[in-house]
Design a protein around this ligand. Structure first.
Ligand code: GLU
Length: 438
């Protein structure tokens, strides 16, 4: 038997009991009150997991527990029923939560360790009851995939579901999504949803909701709050720091996953986030966002899928670009070095691509900063070859945007003009000093 099971048995604790524990931390004593959660099958079993009153889970090291006291047994408490949480409450805004998969939309089966989707209102209410205090929540699982399996046709499907929800009268939409490619989906929705008048918030979790360190509950709570705000834009809401202090709302075209595992993996690049979401308030960091209003939302989901991203590196062969051209690709986003450069030997291949009607866009693999092809002669040659320098756009955003633009026109001049037009805040007009590694 694992330590946690022995401990629960010794203290007559059952899953669901409300308890108070006193924990030793150096010289200090910390007291926590919370509901006992099931011990996670695959963990070493050295911690007792408690769900605190604020909805967050914590793991308390069993060795450090000095005192435990049962406040209320689970068996004596009425169960939270599906029906009890579903009726719409007057005066609360209405938010639809669309599930697409990923860690946030899943729970671990405690017995087998397998991951299952969990997305009924009842399950949500049990896992994150506080969101039902902020809004009337209607959950809907529209697909269940890992986000690395996301495809442009799924972006379109999500966009359709979002517009349907908003046009049916929801005050905001939250989309639970795997974190790996959440930035791409955020960019895709930013371009596809035209005439947006209410918030659309993507949210994910770096740790699943049954782990003590899960960020799922707080991220979802902040996302629902943001979905009731007056920001009529596509946003990503995730932890702002590694601890549970606040979440950040990032603009959908400027956000990127910058860490494989940290809870604060998402950062706005070359721009500042729209807001900080604290437990009790939203602190706006800017006011130049699109404001909530009235009107139908439209999906303009036409996309050319023959588009690729090509990362340039020392030793890259121009054959790679030739291959794309020969295979009928219509657009290529180059992730150049530094200010947007490619090796000299690569330039004739770019020239050929442009001559054959392929739109070649240039971004920087530095991610931070703006491309500038006027500084060095290699850059000037690239410009002469006819590339489109994409200002300070993220390579992934430029990729999604190029697909969208090429879905609307194949005229090279129109493509250039549309790529350089700011549709959804994807280009910051000037390089801000305060946006680097924030
Ligand atoms: N890699 C998966 C995804 O992005 C699971 C991890 C996550 O949800 O963050 O969907």
């Amino acid at each position: 038997m694992r330590k946690v099971e022995e401990f629960m048995k010794a203290h007559n604790l059952e899953v669901g009991d409300l308890i108070r524990v006193v924990k030793r931390e150096g010289e200090e004593r910390l007291t926590f009150e919370g509901i006992v959660m099931p011990p996670y099958e695959l963990s070493p079993g050295e911690t007792l997991t408690l769900k605190l009153d604020n909805g967050y889970n914590i793991g308390v090291l069993i060795e450090a527990i000095e005192k435990v006291e049962i406040i209320e047994k689970a068996s004596g408490r009425p169960k939270m029923e599906f029906r009890e949480v579903l009726p719409k409450r007057e005066g609360l805004p209405n938010v639809r939560v669309l599930g697409t998969g990923g860690t946030i939309a899943s729970r671990i089966d405690y017995k087998t360790g397998a991951v299952h989707p969990a997305f009924t209102a009842e399950e949500l209410a049990k896992a994150v009851p506080e969101i039902f205090e902020i809004a009337n929540i209607t959950p809907e699982l529209i697909m269940n995939i890992l986000s690395e399996d996301m495809r442009p046709e799924y972006w379109r499907r999500i966009a359709e579901e979002v517009s349907r929800a908003l046009n049916e009268g929801e005050d905001g939409v939250v989309i639970a999504h795997g974190t790996d490619t959440m930035g791409y989906t955020a960019a895709a929705l930013s371009f596809m949803l035209r005439g947006l008048t209410r918030p659309v918030v993507l949210v994910g979790a770096q740790r699943s909701s049954d782990r003590p360190s899960s960020d799922a509950a707080m991220n979802l709570t902040c996302a629902v709050k943001m979905a009731t705000s007056d920001v009529a834009e596509v946003m990503v809401v995730m932890h702002g720091e590694t601890s549970d202090t606040y979440c950040l709302a990032h603009r959908g075209t400027k956000v990127r996953k910058m860490h494989t595992s940290r809870r604060d993996a998402f950062r706005s690049i070359n721009d500042i986030p729209i807001a900080k979401i604290w437990k009790d308030r939203i602190e706006f960091l800017r006011n130049d966002y699109r404001k909530r209003g009235e009107g139908e939302v439209r999906v303009d989901g036409r996309m050319e899928e023959k588009v690729a991203i090509l990362k340039v590196y020392p030793g890259i062969s121009g054959e790679l670009l030739d291959f794309l051209v020969d295979r009928g690709y219509k657009g290529v986003v180059i992730e150049g070095t530094g200010l947007g450069h490619v090796p000299q030997s690569f330039i004739p291949h770019v020239q050929r691509a442009v001559e054959e009607g392929v739109s070649v866009c240039v971004t920087s693999q530095c991610l931070y900063g703006r491309v500038n092809l006027n500084v060095y002669s290699n850059g000037r040659k690239l410009l002469k070859a006819g590339v489109i320098p994409c200002e300070d756009m993220l390579p992934e955003t430029a990729y999604v945007k190029l697909m969208w633009v090429l879905g609307h026109t194949s005229d090279p001049e129109d493509v250039r003009q549309m790529m350089l037009k700011n549709y959804a805040g994807e280009i910051t007009p000037y390089t801000r000093f305060d946006t680097y590694l924030r």
